[in-house]
Design a protein around this ligand. Sequence first.
Ligand code: ZN
Length: 351
Amino acid sequence: MDIRTPVFCGIVPPHILDKLARADDPAVSGPARRTLQADAAQRTGRRLTTVLGAAARPVAAPADGPRRTVYDARGGTDLPGIRARGEGEEAVKDATVNRAYAGLGATFELLTAYGRSSIDGAGLPLDASVHYDEKYGNAFWNGEQMVFGDGDGEIFLDFTVAVDVIAHELAHGLTQYTANLSYFGQPGALNESVSDVLGSLVKQRTLGQSAEEADWLIGAGLLAPRVEGVALRSMKAPGTAYDDDVLGKDPQPATMQDYVRTGRDNGGVHINSGIPNHAFYLLATRLGGRAWERAGQIWFDVLTGGELTVDADFGSFARLTVAAAAARYGEGEEHEAVLKAWSQVGVKTSD
Ligand SMILES: [Zn+2]
């Protein structure tokens, strides 16, 4: 039996919420403070370990399809809340419930395409709660389920509007069950990046987009109209997702030259993730076509292959992607493109 410690991974990083909490406008600072408090309670108040390998729940549906349940927290913080829609049930009136249901399904389908049954590889039921807390400005995976806030309407909108956000959070579950990358410094930034990659791939697959057609944004549609910005992060151009009076400027670097050394945000896990994010973007666009097929498969092979260690740095992750590309596709185009992508962001793939 394998006991691991899940981490609190909200889609909105603490450096953004800290900034909002200090805003002059109480309509902005109030909900941000409330969100920070709720996040802190999540970090300390919930169960600190998840026991893996134990039987989760009784099997109620065929094991080859998803087993989704969406709950409505109705503005409270008790989880999971009231059951709103179960697997195979008709759409309900509440569009937020239906979006969460669809997002869980889209993520499950991508994992199936990679030959994996749900995030634990054994058909784990996927649970999500929507309408968490009041004006709650975040979405997170708590080690057992997904949770979505409605946003405050001033800075953030309903967190189910972006399918990549749903997939990002579920991918934290996938990482928890596989490489279990620690949530600090470079392994933490890799943990974040892998979630962004999976998030973007689920969105691209849902929309039927090629690497060239995709926007490579994380959280597009999540920012309220008053915010100067397009998303929370950009894999195509890290550091350009927003530049706003209240929100500040997107701090992500695209290459090692601009690597940010900081103690905040768990050593910059949502900041330096821009570097592996950009490497993936460069790989996928160099290969062209559907990013989830070859580029995504290489990343997935590394995440689930058993060689990625909990304390992996960018260099060791990069070397594993080079090896994974060669193992699956030989030393051809894919292998060459992986080497080139890491070289362009300044991460060494040889000692
Ligand atoms: Zn995350």
